[in-house]
Design a protein around this ligand. Structure first.
Ligand SMILES: C[S@@+](CC[C@H](N)C(=O)[O-])C[C@H]1O[C@@H](n2cnc3c(N)ncnc32)[C@H](O)[C@@H]1O
Length: 233
């Protein structure tokens, strides 16, 4: 079972980071981002990770007809770029402070929706909403719990349409040591752990890039049914 103290700590720590300098903690490349540069960095993430990969992501669909989920949307940096490209975008984030900033960043995008979640699942989303693609970048690398990461993978499986892709990044450097007392350094995931997690959660782990490195990208396609969660019925 996920420790409620860790969920509370993640929320409080990220709220504090958002109050101190949200844009720096979202993207530590700079401490003094202008609006323009900050949002351009989000466009760059979309150019590198999404526009290069539209065959896997869209699978023949018109992007404007697609509903997309982003886990850990932060201050809306990438969410804005996603909202320009896709028909509808829904972002969740554990930090209410980040969510407030994202809502402000997205106020001119009627196709973008942002929710504060509990740090471990997608129960905050409107019931029955199904997604054509799910994405998460520089979020799981901060989560110090394999159980939470796997719970998100199961939750994404629950809300994705059959065949759809969950593309996400984890900390792949297995020398990294995480601790539940530190919500900045996430738990590393090895290649084998990633494959086993995908299979347990009903995904085909079709591609991987960057195993052993900080930016370990995973392409999980929803192909089957998940196995019961450990400790479940
Ligand atoms: C480094 S920021 C990246 C934000 C965004 N993905 C981007 O690239 O602009 C990490 C974000 O993940 C959120 N986060 C951290 N742990 C989370 C969790 N367990 N569930 C949901 N969001 C989480 C933080 O609040 C923060 O907004």
């Amino acid at each position: 079972m996920v420790d409620p103290k860790l969920l509370k700590k993640m929320q409080e720590d990220w709220d504090e980071r958002a109050r101190l300098n949200a844009r720096y903690f979202v993207n530590t490349a700079r401490a003094d981002w202008t609006d323009e540069e900050f949002y351009r960095s989000g466009e760059q993430t979309v150019a590198e990770e999404i526009l290069t990969d539209m065959i896997n992501i869209c699978q023949g669909k018109d992007p404007k007809q697609m509903r997309v989920l982003e886990i850990g949307c932060g201050a809306g940096r990438v969410t804005r770029a996603l909202a320009r490209l896709f028909g509808e975008v829904h972002g969740v984030d554990v930090s209410g402070e980040m969510v407030a900033l994202a809502r402000e960043a997205l106020k001119d995008f009627p196709n973008a929706f942002v929710y504060q979640n509990n740090g471990m699942d997608l129960s905050v989303l409107p019931p029955g909403l199904l997604f054509d693609f799910a994405f998460s970048s520089i979020v799981f690398q901060h989560i110090p719990s394999r159980e939470i990461i796997e719970n998100y993978v199961r939750e994404v499986h629950r809300v994705l349409r059959p065949g759809a892709l969950f593309k996400f990044q984890v900390q792949g450097d297995t020398r990294v040591q995480s601790s539940p007392d530190d919500t900045w350094v996430g738990v590393p995931i090895s290649e084998q752990e990633a494959v086993e997690m995908a299979l347990r959660c009903g995904f085909e782990p079709r591609y991987r890039h960057g195993a052993g490195q900080q930016y370990f990208w995973l392409w999980f396609f929803k192909t089957g049914d998940p196995q019961p969660a450990l400790g479940g019925d």
